[in-house]
Design a binder for this molecule. Structure first.
Ligand code: SF4
Length: 180
């Protein structure tokens, strides 16, 4: 089958540990079946630089933690038909949002990372993306169409959701385990 008949699929990695992408890869041989149905147009596992237009389904791992990610998630939303929040960091903020309880968390994190714990040349860099004051779950910033909870979600759950979406059905989480 040529790529023109396949649905355009993307995966995005924001502020997460990559565990959700590892779980995606844990679909193992089911990935071969998936590859027959989709054209992977953007993903950290494919190293494509620019987020493309006209994407059918995008899975997003991680919360939104900085200005660069905020711009990307807005672009993803504008160019994606079905946006899927993949994993607890994307769904609730989870680990990424632990810093939110601290006053002025963005400033204190940078100070801790680059000044207080530096052995040489302590200074906060200016050429990294600006941290948001708080890490945000995706739905706080853009419309989300589907949620896959879990830390990470099981490969079985990811496969179930993808299979349903690719078949034009709405996945139901009723009775589904996050952890397989
Ligand atoms: Fe990592 Fe869990 Fe967050 Fe996924 S939900 S990015 S596995 S910490």
């Amino acid at each position: 089958m040529g790529t023109s008949k396949r649905l355009r699929l993307a995966t995005v990695w924001l502020s997460g540990c990559s565990g959700c992408h590892m779980s995606f890869l844990d679909q193992d041989e089911r990935l071969i079946e998936l590859a027959g149905k989709v054209h992977l147009v953007y993903s950290p596992i494919a190293d494509i630089k620019a987020f493309p237009e006209d994407v059918a389904i995008t899975l997003v791992e991680g919360a939104v933690g900085n200005e660069e990610q905020l711009a990307l998630i807005r672009q993803v939303r504008a160019r994606t038909k079905i946006l899927v929040s993949l994993g607890d960091c994307a769904v609730t903020g989870n680990v990424t949002a632990l810093r939110n309880g601290f006053t002025d968390s963005a400033k204190s994190i940078l100070e801790r990372a680059y000044v207080e714990t530096a052995d040489i040349n302590p200074q906060v860099p200016t050429d990294v993306p600006q941290l948001l004051d708080q890490a945000r779950a995706l739905h706080e910033l853009v419309k989300v169409d589907c949620y896959i909870p879990g830390c990470p979600p099981s490969a079985d759950l990811i496969n179930y959701v993808l299979t349903e979406l690719l078949s034009g059905r709405t996945p139901s989480m009723e009775g589904k385990s996050k952890y397989g």
